[in-house]
Design a protein around this ligand. Structure first.
Ligand SMILES: Nc1ncnc2c1ncn2[C@@H]1O[C@H](COP(=O)(O)OP(=O)(O)OP(=O)(O)O)[C@@H](O)[C@H]1O
Length: 291
């Protein structure tokens, strides 16, 4: 089972700050979505409303066609995973698991135990005594084993070290393939996690900058590599996203699509054309919004 998410003219204001600004967005569900945005762009605010942790100032959110706020039947189907654990500092980790087992209708105990081993979750410690990495490991373990039809990871894995984060990405993809559901991952570690996303949503200052399939977004730029002079001539007058030089070879990333004629010309000039990194596009698109 997967859940769709529909956001219409959604606004969230905290006193003078407009955190989400008249946002309209539809996620059909059954995919892994990446939610990207610079610090303070409104990712957590948006996700908190979707997960029914907050009420919007105006506008609507529908999850599977229904309003999630104070809708217990629906919120049981959703799991909002943050970088902290929703428990008292004095609670033991095993108590947190016992609660999750009781509250989560799709909880998979065998999988939970496998994750505890893989991420080295210290079951006998109290939540308040966990390191930042252990808190993150506990959060993502609870989030994965809940198998909620709508699972949201809000930068919940950032406290983990790189090997643990890669183990999390690996688990996330494998478990999603075995148990398809709607997964939203908010992040600014785009290169690291970008290959998991089927669709990407980019926010800036609470507004939607882009919502596209990852491949379509990637096709908005091209990396041109070859002899420096030929690369310079080919990329002259274009919007440059990034540039690297190694000896006489240059690789310049440009924004925009190439026509078939331009691609032919590049090949004739001995240039290689390759995909562009999501990070470069993200930086360009969010910087453009602020100009
Ligand atoms: N409880 C709050 N009270 C007042 N302002 C808030 C509150 N929470 C968030 N904001 C403001 O709302 C804006 C959006 O914040 P939000 O946390 O949603 O962004 P974010 O994209 O998740 O940021 P980050 O990547 O830094 O976590 C920011 O300007 C932030 O300062």
């Amino acid at each position: 089972m997967t859940l769709s998410v529909e956001v219409k003219n959604l606004t969230l204001r905290y006193r003078d700050t407009v955190a989400v600004d008249d946002l309209t967005l539809r996620l059909d569900g059954g995919k892994i979505y990446g939610l990207l945005g610079r610090n303070g762009s409104g990712k957590t605010s948006l996700l908190s409303i979707v997960a029914a942790f907050r009420r919007a100032t105006s506008g609507t959110v529908l999850v599977d066609g229904a309003e999630p706020f104070e809708n217990a039947a629906l919120t049981r189907q959703m799991c909002f995973v943050r970088d902290r654990v929703d428990a008292q500092d004095t609670d033991r980790v095993e108590t947190v698991f016992r609660l999750a087992r009781a509250l989560r209708p799709n909880w998979d105990e065998e999988y939970a135990q496998a994750l505890v081993e893989r991420f080295d979750v210290p079951m006998r410690k109290r939540v308040g005594g966990l390191s930042r990495g252990a808190k993150s490991a506990l959060s993502v373990t609870l989030g994965l084993a809940a198998r909620a039809p709508l699972t949201i990871f809000d930068e919940s894995y950032l406290g983990m070290d790189a090997p643990s984060r890669y183990a999390f990405y690996d688990e996330l993809l494998n478990d999603y393939i075995a148990n398809p559901r709607t997964i939203i991952v908010s992040t600014h570690l785009i290169e690291e996690v970008g290959s998991l996303f089927e669709e990407v949503v980019i926010l800036d200052k609470g507004r939607l900058v882009a919502h596209e399939e990852t491949e379509t977004l990637r096709s908005r730029g091209v990396a041109v590599t070859g002899p420096a002079e030929a690369v310079d001539a080919f990329t002259a007058g274009r919007t440059i996203l990034g540039d690297q030089r190694l000896g006489s070879t240059r690789s310049t990333t440009i924004y925009g699509q190439l026509t078939d004629e331009e691609r032919g010309r590049a090949r004739e000039a001995g240039l290689d054309l390759g995909p562009v990194g999501l990070q470069d596009l993200f930086v360009h698109l969010t910087a453009e919004e602020r100009r």
